[in-house]
Design a protein around this ligand. Structure first.
Ligand code: HEC
Ligand code: HEC
Length: 179
């Protein structure tokens, strides 16, 4: 696993440094994504054919070639340290292959429905991140997929995974304060 992603990263690094030899001014020419910006090279544009009609293979290709580099740049610009090396796994979760890239990934941070105490708690805990998500991430992703009503819930689950029913029932009724 690590090997695969490492070689992918090395491959991408090669692509991105291939034109880095000279700092020529025409680095903005179409096709030259050398040291340039993926956002500038691709734009926040929808796929050629509607996302809904694309095969899973085409979707994966689109993710690799466009969504991942563009969104990666958006996240890295926002917080270079936190999101350095941003990749598929940041949106799709560690289990992405097992769940065949289904979104929202159950392991993603839970964004509770608006108006709930959980949602208010999130606003208090992550004011800046929420603003970035709302004003930048969500609209950018919607544009890249050509989906108009793209929301937080397209990437984040709205409730925790329901694997262990007993455990969650216990939690809500016991009100345990400490062990
Ligand atoms: C910024 C977040 C983000 C990143 C990064 C990302 N994806 Fe996605 N991906 C999504 C979302 C959201 C969807 C589902 C869109 C929808 O249909 O609503 C998706 C859908 C997919 C699908 C289609 C699944 C299906 O059944 O239709 C595949 C395959 C996929 N991604 C692969 C990848 C791969 C491979 C990478 C890394 C190169 C990647 N994604 C990076 C957000 C992301
Ligand atoms: C395109 C997919 C996508 C959309 C849409 C999206 N997010 Fe996110 N969100 C992410 C990714 C990726 C992360 C970083 C996850 C990580 O650090 O591994 C994240 C992180 C967060 C975090 C920080 C969680 C933590 O533990 O640090 C919060 C809070 C959050 N998102 C809220 C929201 C809200 C609210 C919305 C809607 C307004 C939203 N997100 C829309 C992909 C998305």
């Amino acid at each position: 696993m690590t090997g695969t992603s490492k070689s992918l990263v090395v491959g991408l690094a090669l692509v991105f440094t291939a034109c880095g030899g000279s700092k020529s001014k025409d680095a903005t020419t179409a096709g030259s994504i050398g040291k340039g910006s993926a956002i500038e090279a691709f734009g926040l544009t929808p796929p050629d054919s509607p996302w809904a009609e694309m095969s899973v293979a085409d979707r994966e290709f689109y993710m690799i070639g466009k969504v991942n580099p563009v969104m990666g740049e958006i996240f890295e610009r926002y917080d270079p340290e936190e999101y350095e090396g941003f990749d598929c796994v940041d949106c799709h979760g560690e289990e992405m292959r097992e769940i065949e890239f289904k979104m929202p990934a159950p392991s993603m941070y839970v964004v509770p429905p608006e108006g709930t105490p959980g949602h208010r708690g999130m606003l208090v805990t992550f004011p800046e991140t929420v603003q970035f998500m709302q004003e930048t991430v969500t609209p950018a992703m919607g544009k890249l997929l050509g989906i108009e009503d793209f929301t937080c819930a397209s990437c984040h689950p709205t409730s925790p995974p329901q694997k262990k029913k007993k455990a969650s029932a216990k939690k809500s009724s016991s009100g345990k304060i400490n062990g």
